[in-house]
Design a binder for this molecule. Sequence first.
Ligand SMILES: Cc1cc2nc3c(=O)[nH]c(=O)nc-3n(C[C@H](O)[C@H](O)[C@H](O)COP(=O)(O)OP(=O)(O)OC[C@H]3O[C@@H](n4cnc5c(N)ncnc54)[C@H](O)[C@@H]3O)c2cc1C
Length: 489
Amino acid sequence: MAQKSNPTRSLSRRTFIAGTAAAATAGGVAGWVGGQALEKRHRAPAGPFFGQRSHCHWIESAGIEDTPPLASLQGDQTADIAIVGGGYTGLSAALHLAERFPERRIVLLEGTRVGYGASGRNCGLLLPFINGAESIAHELVDAGRIDEARKVFDATSAGIGLIQELAEQRGIDCEFEPVENLMGAVTAQHEGLLERQQSLFAALGLEATWLSETELRQRVAVEGYRGALTVPTSAMINPAKLATGLLALVRAAGVEVHEDSPALEIEPGTTVRVRTPRGTVRAPVLVLATNAYTHHLGFMRNQVLPIHSHSIATAPLSESQIEALSWSGREPFFDVRSFFNLFRLTADNRVLLSGGDGFYYYGGAAIDREGHPDYERLTRELGQLLPALADVPITHRWVGHVGTTLDFAPTIGAVGPTDNILFAGGYSGHGVTVAVLAGRLLRDLVAGEPLDPAYDFVLDRKPPRAPGEPLTSVGFSLAKRLIRWDDAR
Ligand SMILES: Cc1cc2nc3c(=O)[nH]c(=O)nc-3n(C[C@H](O)[C@H](O)[C@H](O)COP(=O)(O)OP(=O)(O)OC[C@H]3O[C@@H](n4cnc5c(N)ncnc54)[C@H](O)[C@@H]3O)c2cc1C
């Protein structure tokens, strides 16, 4: 495995001891690197990126809009740790930090409502590995270093166990359902990829079964696939209920949470200043948990891109409709294409279909268009994939923003001119477990504690940069064509 130098060693010597004098020592170069002035203030443009026009089943089922928002930030305040962003990354960081440092004042600012980002709108599948870890495990297995490969698997899949613990021991009712996922193959090339995946799981001592087309159709009557691999150690949840459940734990742990409090400007320094419409927070440590929206604040520009992904949900199916689909095991299904289809049952037996395409808009704008043509495509494809559902009404349509890096691997570590602004994101569509895990890793970084070397490959890395506009939008359209061609092979 390619090992980078462990950045936590240097980080732990620096600013990550919130609320202590050590915070003051690291920022001597604030604003200057290599003699060049850095942008001192990071401002978010005014814009509609916090709007929620589309109608998301999960947000509705979690009742987020049935309660008034938490009070917004007012006046000038100080904190030991400030967190911007109320998705899984921010909430998990808040929870882990509050439990590790009960004496510290932690303030979390969410621009709209907690769970309005990807965390409340995703498909709720919990999958093993962090993006990028699988190829490391393959290399180790190919080199006969099975124990090390297993360690990578365990460390990078630990988010599943964390969520299971939150559900079963910490009382979060997120409809946690341990299930085998089914990963489908459309072409012979995909079958080859899944065969390699199966041998990786086997080498790690995990059972993954190849299902022929007939066997697959006995699990779920889906059309258009040559077969599927069962994915072990996976589960599904109601994603918005995980967010609201985390919010309750975070508040019970003493974190002050403000909704309707978008960070409009971040001023780096040994004390970071975050400005919102009605108040400011100053803190020696800031956790930037804004993922796909981070570029609006001037960080991770061209490195984490907001890719829009649409989803639809049907009215609840009757028992006989589920029987007609032979879907008694309720297994979620997705395929191995880059623009993959993903469908699953919800707790109240709706079918959710998501993906199949992705959209990037000029400058990384966040766009939520009620009549987006992708909803029609999804509706059509639902009838083709599961013909038994051709006439079932569609009740919900929504869009979510996937924070994506160009190499699909996430990044966790310090960003900005000083080392006291921490970021985790760019999970590239695989972030439910990873974001919850990232919250724990962010806590360890703040505490200056060493991290498991299995996480070296995401720590403090610099994801490849998109070229900037107009080339990023043009490049994205071209890349989409290439991806479609590759997906069809
Ligand atoms: C359609 C879709 C399906 C997906 N399916 C899956 C799946 O099945 N399995 C899986 O593992 N992953 C999936 N993902 C990815 C997963 O949802 C994300 O990786 C994860 O939720 C990221 O959490 P986060 O907290 O980092 O980001 P978010 O949940 O996006 O949270 C960021 C928060 O920051 C807030 N914010 C932004 N800017 C500001 C600001 N200036 N001031 C204050 N607050 C701000 C936002 O309002 C938001 O609440 C999917 C994503 C999408 C969109």
